[in-house]
Design a protein around this ligand. Structure first.
Ligand SMILES: C[S@@+](CC[C@H](N)C(=O)[O-])C[C@H]1O[C@@H](n2cnc3c(N)ncnc32)[C@H](O)[C@@H]1O
Length: 302
């Protein structure tokens, strides 16, 4: 038996030595996870059993080896929801909460029971947040990664997929057949697609480079491969006057708005920055122009 406080102190020192950014916080979270309690209750914790101590040591060793904290606890918090995450699915990032905030604001002035599509849904962070924070909305979450779809289904189920109206669709967001039955009927599309430039691979922290799926991170040499394929689908899905918000790389502050303007189906194109002043997401409105038929629609290349 070891005192929890002493074990945490030793673990925090080891993690600091390994160069982790928040060693004490990480040690606290892992200890609370082992004990099955909230971090705030650690002050009341006495001793680890031998089995708990062994589990704690294994988790600290994994963290030293740069396994993401969220994979070790199998949990990521996003706005008001707790999502299951692990190998095969992208760990949701706090910056994406800004896009959701914008989407909720848009939806609150858009009338009852809106239809929303979350393209590139991953764990379901965006889709489930919208469904939970705006009861009555009907949300479609589209994801192509096989293992990511499993996490997505589990998370949507945990929050009551039918109660909250999240429909999970396994599919490619760039394919015209994906959600084709909703063409022209969606009120709002939100997307956080893979957008990193492949040249960025060498500069990523180990937690990201080794543990987030490659297909969740990278969008080809200029980061725009999936975005180029997704934009025409968004134009087809949205009703006239429908809204679109998409997160992108901070180097895409000019090219993504230009791509949307060049497409021809969008107006009110606006770039949004985060609190640090970085270009973070772009929003637009579907024009009321007549929809083309057949294959004559532009591909969105600026
Ligand atoms: C950056 S992650 C975002 C996940 C989630 N929306 C979030 O914000 O946490 C991008 C997701 O898009 C998925 N993805 C990549 N290409 C796709 C495609 N063509 N169709 C559908 N999903 C795709 C990846 O598997 C990954 O889960």
């Amino acid at each position: 038996m070891t005192s929890v406080r002493e074990a945490i102190g030793r673990a925090a020192a080891e993690l600091a030595e390994a160069g982790l950014e928040s060693p004490r916080v990480d040690a606290d979270i892992l200890a609370a996870h082992v004990l099955g309690i909230d971090r705030g209750r650690l002050v009341l914790a006495g001793e680890f059993t031998d089995e708990e101590e062994a589990r704690f040591r294994d988790l600290v060793a994994a963290r030293r080896a740069r396994e993401p904290l969220q994979h070790l606890t199998r949990t990521a918090w996003f706005r008001r929801i707790e999502l299951g995450v692990g190998p095969g699915v992208f760990v949701p990032r706090p910056e994406t909460e800004l896009l959701v905030e914008w989407g909720l604001g848009w939806l609150r002035s858009a009338g009852d029971s809106p239809t929303v599509a979350d393209l590139c849904a991953g764990s379901g962070a965006i889709a489930i947040s919208i469904a939970v924070e705006l009861p009555g909305s009907k949300v479609y979450a589209v994801e192509s990664g096989r293992r990511a779809v499993e996490w997505l289904r589990r998370n949507a189920g945990r929050y009551g997929a039918s109660e909250h109206g999240v429909t999970v669709v396994a599919g490619d967001v760039t394919e015209p057949s994906t959600l084709a039955e909703l063409d022209g009927r969606v009120d709002l599309v939100l997307a956080n697609p893979p957008y990193l430039l492949t040249t960025a691979a060498g500069s990523l922290p180990t937690e990201v480079a080794k543990h987030d799926p490659y297909s969740a991170l990278f969008g080809g040499p200029d980061g725009l491969d999936v975005i180029r394929g997704l934009v025409p689908r968004v134009a087809a899905l949205l009703r006239s006057g429908g809204g679109f918000g998409m997160e992108h790389d901070d180097t895409h502050g000019e090219v993504v708005p230009a791509l949307l303007r060049a497409h021809g189906a969008f107006t009110d194109v606006k770039l949004h920055h985060d609190l640090a002043g970085r270009a973070r997401f772009t929003t637009a409105t579907r024009t009321a122009e007549t929809r083309p038929t057949g294959s004559g629609w532009q591909d969105g290349t600026p």
